[in-house]
Write a protein that binds this ligand. Structure first.
Ligand code: ADP
Length: 524
């Protein structure tokens, strides 16, 4: 029976979709879903997650419910299904009342194989009745990471999904899908849906056609303008942290003659739709957007994604950057970093009314994201180990792998910083530590009597900015960490303690093109 159904699945793959073979992970997921095994599928963007629920929906009795937060895309997704001859439908808040009733009737009558709804819809009793009448094949939870309090995109309505599913007797099986899950988020999802570890299908996060760079200290508008002009005729997305920044950047690129679209949550639905279509159909070369843009958008030939500001988490970054190169051809992902970006993200967190433990999680994610910007090692390695992959080797392509320069021993400098952190009782932030080390007579230093600690002035002659940059490096490499609150204090980690005891050496890569760091007396 099992083999027979898989054979049918393979046939449908060819007949309906015109594909010869499954992508990694697809076959296993489909097989498990056909066997009604609760499954978690973690596959990268563009990995082919939709097929994992569409194919079984055609083979199993009853209606398959797809829960998705992407209301604005449901129509397109269903239109695409209909074009393939699949009986899809959706119900969301954009429909008129009568239309909803008609669609529910079609579900009850067994005329629908795949029904898309947003999680908010689950409270509708009419939906439940229609599903019970038709019989539920299984439930696919798309963008499942939205359920996790520890993830970057928590949506409270997602929290209600498991209880809703288990209120059916017997409960339907579940397929949870996401492109972005750290080990702890994946565990939370498995717990929520009672998924056995063996039933997780994770195909790895690596995207071998993407090349990553972090650019520091650039004038952002000029840099982006020059970059975009070098890559004429190629489509790209520029992400900003705020709507205001998006608008300013769009105007400045437009003035310079770039064909550029704009997308953010403050535009009307009509404007957003038009701008998105212009970009999808290559009417404009570049889309400047906030993170409101891109989820579920399937433009395969995006050749570059530039982040004009750092996002709040590695998950968000990798998901947004991952919209480049979905066709598998080479593409570039750039992050333009400035210290202000960290302040902007901290501001967002401070403004949030989330509970305390969620706030701490957000600060933790921000710290990891900042670490990516300051790491010395391979950028891909940094991201993949963040997602829990082990034994990753350096990509050999990213900005850090390809820059020229040499590794220098910084153990002594690290020891100076670390002992200063301890002398200051791990009670101060980066700026104060840098000021004490450089012997500043700043009012606060005097007020807290920090000029009396023994490490005061230990790095005199070096600018506080350079020392602060070095502390960022120590943070990125986890010799120190920050407390997860509004006024982060620097603490020494066990790895840092090993350096202090002389059991571990610290090396930093010094770029040939940036000799200032070397000449700035840090090595005297
Ligand atoms: P995801 O939701 O994981 O980001 P999609 O489901 O949108 O990805 O799939 C990305 C693209 O890959 C789509 O254009 C889809 O048609 C295509 N695709 C999916 N499975 C296969 C396959 N087995 N062979 C070839 N192309 C595939």
């Amino acid at each position: 029976m099992k083999a027979e159904q898989m054979e049918q699945a393979r046939q449908l793959l060819q007949e309906i979709y015109g594909y010869d073979s499954f992508r990694p992970g697809q076959e296993q997921v489909i097989q498990q879903v056909l066997e009604r095994i609760d499954t978690l599928a973690v596959m990268p963007t563009g990995g082919g997650k939709s097929l994992c629920y569409q194919l079984p929906a055609l083979l199993l009795e009853g209606v398959t419910l797809v829960i998705s937060p992407l209301i604005s895309l449901m129509k397109d997704q269903v239109d695409a299904l209909r074009a393939l001859g699949i009986k899809g439908s959706y119900i969301n808040s954009t429909l008129a009342r009568q239309d909803v009733t008609d669609r529910l009737n079609a579900v009850s009558a067994g005329d629908i194989d795949l029904l898309y709804v947003a999680p908010e819809r689950l409270g509708d009793e009419r939906l439940r009745r229609a599903l019970m009448q038709a019989g539920l094949a299984f439930v696919a939870v798309d963008e499942a990471h939205c359920l996790s309090q520890w993830g970057h995109d928590f949506r409270p309505s997602y929290k209600e999904i498991p209880a809703w599913i288990y209120s059916f007797q017997p409960a339907p099986s579940v397929l949870a899908l996401t492109a972005t899950a750290t080990p702890s988020v994946a565990e939370e999802l498995r717990n929520a849906f009672d998924i056995a570890p063996d039933h997780s299908v994770e195909t790895g996060f690596a995207r071998d056609n993407l090349t990553f760079h972090v650019v520091k200290g650039a004038d952002k508008a000029t840099y982006i303008d020059q970059y975009v002009k070098r890559r004429q005729q190629e489509a790209g997305i520029v992400y900003t942290a705020t709507r205001k920044e998006a608008e300013a950047l769009q105007k400045s690129l437009q003035r310079k003659g770039v064909q550029v679209g704009l997308y953010h949550g403050g535009l009307s639905e009509e404007e957003r739709r038009k701008n998105q279509e212009d970009f999808l159909y290559d009417e404009c070369q570049v889309m400047v957007a906030t993170n409101a843009f891109g989820m579920g958008i399937n433009k395969s030939n995006v050749r570059f994604v530039i982040h004009a500001s750092m996002p709040g988490s590695v998950e968000a970054y990798y998901q947004e950057a991952g919209r480049a190169g979905r066709d598998g051809a080479p593409a570039e992902c750039l992050l333009l970093f400035s210290a202000q970006d960290v302040r902007t993200q901290r501001f967002f967190i401070e403004q949030s009314d989330a509970p305390q433990d969620r706030i701490e999680a957000l600060y933790g994610m921000l710290q990891d994201m900042t670490g990516y910007c300051h790491t010395d090692g391979c950028l891909v390695e940094n991201v993949l180990s963040y997602f829990g992959e082990q034994d990753v080797s350096a990509c050999g392509r990213c900005g850090n792998c390809t820059r020229e320069g040499e590794r220098m021993d910084r153990t002594e400098d690290a020891q100076k910083v670390l002992s200063c952190v301890l002398r200051m009782r791990e009670n101060y932030g980066k700026t104060m530590i840098a000021q004490v080390l450089t012997g500043s007579r700043n009012q606060k230093v005097l007020q807290f009597k920090l000029h009396t600690v023994s490490t005061y002035g230990l790095m005199k002659g070096t600018s506080a900015k350079i020392v602060q940059g070095f502390i960022e490096f120590l943070l990125a490499e986890q010799y120190v960490r920050l407390t997860l609150d509004e006024f982060p204090k620097v603490k020494v980690t066990p790895k840092g303690a090993e350096v202090l005891r002389g059991e571990r050496r610290v090396e930093q890569f010094i770029e040939a093109s940036r000799p200032a760091e070397v000449s700035d007396k840090l090595f005297e």
